[in-house]
Design a protein around this ligand. Sequence first.
Ligand SMILES: Nc1ncnc2c1ncn2[C@@H]1O[C@H](COP(=O)(O)OP(=O)(O)OP(=O)(O)O)[C@@H](O)[C@H]1O
Ligand SMILES: [Mg+2]
Length: 364
Amino acid sequence: MTKPYVVAVFNQKGGISKTTTSTNLAVCLAAYGKSVVVIDLDSQADSTKSLGVDSKLRQGVFDLFINRIPVGEVIQPTPFEGVRVIPSTYNLAGIELKLSELQNSQRTLSAILATAELDCDYVVIDCPPALGILPLNALAAANAVIIPVTATPYANDGLLRTLPSIKYVQEGLNKGLLLQGVLFTIHDRDKTARRIADLIRARLGGTVYRSQIPRDTMVIEAATAALPVCIYAPRSAAGLAHLDFTAEFLHRHATTAAKSAEMLSLPASREAALDRLLAWRDKVAAAAAPAAGVRDRKDRLDRLLYGDRSRLERWHLALIHFFIDNRLGLALLVLAMLASAAILVGAGLQGLRHLWDGASIGAF
Ligand SMILES: Nc1ncnc2c1ncn2[C@@H]1O[C@H](COP(=O)(O)OP(=O)(O)OP(=O)(O)O)[C@@H](O)[C@H]1O
Ligand SMILES: [Mg+2]
């Protein structure tokens, strides 16, 4: 059985679209006819949830790494044919401490993948932000790394910290690690974004992928429905961009494989892949249907913010948040309450006075 091509999606900066890139790359690879296993190394379990797998499962990455449970027992199917997940579970947050007690802990994942029979073409590893022991495990086990980056000044700082970390791994832990590419994500078309993107392209040349993923509200809507955007809205700007990026990823892999004289099949047609994504969207139609109207959209965003609470509880929380966010509103509420209290007390006093006057007239 041939070994899968292992790709880590890594950037030390948070919120830069690592999870979005990992999950959409996985479903698009499957749409192009490849089989994929996603390893969710982030205790936030975003890619686990986004691929329709319950993050409250009892076994996942932690058990694979620490309790040496066989891969076959932790791997989970997803609704998308060809995609499976090794999920993140609630206990993953404590793994750093446990791993630091092990010898050669940075190579734990490499050792697991060397013996596991995953029976797939690609492994995509969603890394947590920062350079902890888990991302080091991912980089040590990977054939290639993809760095998602947004063209903003702070994101550029993230890239400047991430590149030396990759070099550090290439010089020691994993000499074969290939920086397959840098992917612009959440990409704006304004002047600043363009200038920063040009600077990065000038510095990194062909390392930057031609495809770039535009900022698209559909990605956020897809997250509220716990789905990759390529499933939620395959024809959206971000959905199509992810599909094109995956084709570019596959071509780059084919080029490097050709250099090492391996045979790799190039992706099937884009139309066929899109049809497959549309079929999966229909399969998960209830959750995948884009929000019908403003009310539906608001309801989904509320659900994202407040979880599965009843509508009344969500309104209550929204009211509290409104007053926390708007001190003026809070001041007005307090004033209105004081005014109502004063009116009530005034009316009470007046009533008492009438009673008193009535009693005095009665006494005469
Ligand atoms: N192309 C896009 N357009 C608009 N929003 C996007 C896009 N890509 C990602 N996002 C949003 O940006 C946020 C961060 O994305 P994501 O969770 O993928 O980042 P991350 O790097 O995995 O974060 P973390 O470091 O916390 O793991 C999410 O709310 C996601 O929905
Ligand atoms: Mg993430």
